[in-house]
Design a protein around this ligand. Structure first.
Ligand SMILES: Nc1ncnc2c1ncn2[C@@H]1O[C@H](COP(=O)(O)OP(=O)(O)OP(=O)(O)O)[C@@H](O)[C@H]1O
Ligand SMILES: [Mg+2]
Length: 290
């Protein structure tokens, strides 16, 4: 079993922006989903875990080893697929993997070559191994990205919005691959797709303004909202009145009618019960008053 302990982590950028605020989390094998609105600090947290930026305060321990004191330990055991993989050089998939593998310290040539062949197979890119990566489609690039993250059999894989921009079929393929991998390692996934977290993750957290507002098993968090979610279609002009009476967690315009969803311990005039889903957990968490 692998464990990542994040203890009272804070990150203040050079311009003074406080991106992570006294954040603590304990993560072990399996898939961990990180949800949160744009700017919540998900990428900042991931980049700090992988050592691309130093925290202002707090500690990170991977399998009991202090990451700040032993940066090599985390490097050898980590795979990272950043949100923005950046510029792809004009070299073939095989050559680029070879290059990254050497940077990761895979010094045994025959083992390295064998792993590259098997990873290209795993991500369905064998037929394109001699093609230059910059000519790949978005989905192929993401699959290449996961292949490079898997070089060296890491014990922790961090993927930042890996399926953004993928078509549904590519997204399924990618998700299946991630969930296969996550059996024996930690996979931390950040995404805006609440449904993916529901389907794939055994644990999750909702992050906002650099803090964790909610965490737990998705099914259990949904269970906590049983009989507490209600909806009603109202007139747009009534919104203000409803807003002052009820705790609206989301609103949606459907065919010119305003559809509001509220959190309430009891039923109210004209409201229908709604079977809670993870998106209700997400909206309920984000609309909580401090
Ligand atoms: N290098 C930086 N210097 C200053 N502020 C930064 C820097 N990088 C990020 N930020 C700020 O930190 C906050 C968190 O950004 P971050 O990219 O971590 O959010 P995110 O949750 O990953 O968002 P998204 O869902 O859009 O990817 C934002 O307000 C962002 O502007
Ligand atoms: Mg991000």
């Amino acid at each position: 079993m692998n464990t990542l302990s994040i203890n009272n982590l804070s990150l203040i950028y050079k311009n003074g922006f406080h991106a992570i605020k006294d954040l603590s989390l304990e993560i072990s094998n399996g898939m961990f989903g990180l949800l949160g609105p744009n700017g919540a600090g998900k990428s900042s947290l991931m980049k700090t875990i992988v050592g691309l930026q130093k925290p202002t305060s707090g500690t990170l321990f991977f399998n009991g080893v202090d990451i700040a004191e032993n940066p090599d330990y985390i490097k050898q055991n980590l795979g990272f697929l950043p949100q923005d993989f950046g510029i792809y050089p004009k070299i073939s998939a095989t050559d680029l993997l070879e290059h990254i593998a050497i940077l990761k310290g895979l010094s045994d040539t025959s083992k390295r070559k064998a792993q590259i062949i098997s990873l290209l197979e795993k991500v369905n890119l064998s037929d394109f191994r001699n093609k230059e990566v910059h000519t790949f489609s978005g989905g192929m690039k993401q699959r290449f990205g996961i292949a490079q993250a898997l070089l060296g059999d890491p014990k922790m894989i961090i993927v930042d919005e890996p399926t953004a921009g993928l078509d549904p079929e590519e997204r399924n393929r990618f998700n299946t691959l991630l969930s296969e991998i996550s059996k024996d390692v930690i996979v931390i996934l950040s995404t805006h797709l609440v449904e993916d977290v529901r389907n794939l993750c055994s644990e999750m957290a909702v992050m906002s303004y650099g803090q964790i507002l909610q965490q737990g098993n998705p099914g259990r968090l949904i269970g906590g909202l049983e009989n507490k979610i209600w909806s009603k279609s109202i007139d747009k002009n009534e919104l203000e009145a409803y807003d002052s009476t009820y705790r609206i967690i989301s609103k949606q315009l459907i065919e010119r009618e305003l559809h509001i969803t509220i959190f309430s311990h009891q039923s109210s005039e004209g409201f229908s019960p709604v079977k809670p889903m993870l998106e209700h957990v997400y909206f309920h968490t984000l609309t909580q008053k401090p």
